[in-house]
Design a binder for this molecule. Structure first.
Ligand SMILES: O=P(O)(O)OC[C@H]1O[C@H](OP(=O)(O)OP(=O)(O)O)[C@H](O)[C@@H]1O
Ligand SMILES: O=C(O)c1cc(=O)[nH]c(=O)[nH]1
Ligand SMILES: [Mg+2]
Length: 194
């Protein structure tokens, strides 16, 4: 899929939001990609997952044995990428603040894992998820996402294959531009505020 086609899918589902958002990392932004809205159409979710799978070089793709995603945002797209790759998909979640496999999910030691996110901004959640997967015995050989908001700036420690890379600026609490400082922030994601 072409980048324009992918962004059209986001626009068509009203997933490109403008306002004042508090992000998972604690940073602020005037833009938010509400991936859940894009993924609520199952056919669209499946189409985007196939496009993600095609972004992964064949020699990497052929080694993947499991997909693991960080909940909540990664669950649907991870499941669909699992379908596209014909491997099992599971997720890590953080009911006590740190990602862990629950619900009977388990990895066989040495399983070659693709970590799949919906959106990557600072890469913090991805790195935390990769750590949890490795602590559970998996070997994370690559990461993938619908969107890399850092436009290629993040380092996840493994090869990273986002479907689209965009540069949406983010700001620390003490460096907000006046238009953001003038409006209250909304926090759409599920990570507890530190
Ligand atoms: O690269 P980062 O700076 O970590 O930001 C991206 C993360 O933020 C969002 O999750 P969030 O923690 O808001 O929770 P959710 O997945 O439950 O919506 C998104 O799903 C990514 O996991
Ligand atoms: O960094 C985030 O928390 C974040 C940014 C974004 O655009 N979309 C999202 O779901 N989370
Ligand atoms: Mg998330």
């Amino acid at each position: 899929m072409l980048e324009d086609e992918i962004l059209s899918e986001f626009r068509a589902s009203q997933a490109l939001l403008e306002g004042h958002f508090l992000l998972s990392s604690g940073r602020h932004s005037a833009h938010y990609l509400q991936c859940a809205r894009v993924l609520m159409d199952p056919m669209r979710a499946s189409r985007l997952a196939v496009a993600i799978a095609q972004k992964i070089p064949r020699e990497v793709r052929s080694q993947i044995q499991k997909v693991v995603s960080p909940a909540m945002g990664g669950v649907i797209i991870g499941h669909e990428v699992g379908r596209a790759l014909n491997v099992e998909a599971m997720f890590v979640e953080r009911p006590t603040g740190t990602f862990e496999l629950r619900r009977g999910f388990a990895l066989t030691p040495g399983d070659k894992v693709l970590m799949v996110e919906d959106v990557v901004t600072t890469g913090l959640s991805s790195r935390e998820a990769i750590k949890a997967i490795e602590e559970a015995g998996g070997e994370v050989i690559a990461a993938a996402a619908l969107i890399d908001r850092s436009a290629g700036a993040v380092d996840l420690g493994v090869p990273f294959f986002p479907l689209v890379a965009l540069n949406f600026p983010t700001y620390a609490e003490d460096e907000l531009p006046p238009e953001l400082a003038a409006t209250p922030a909304v926090k759409p994601g599920s990570r507890a505020v530190a």
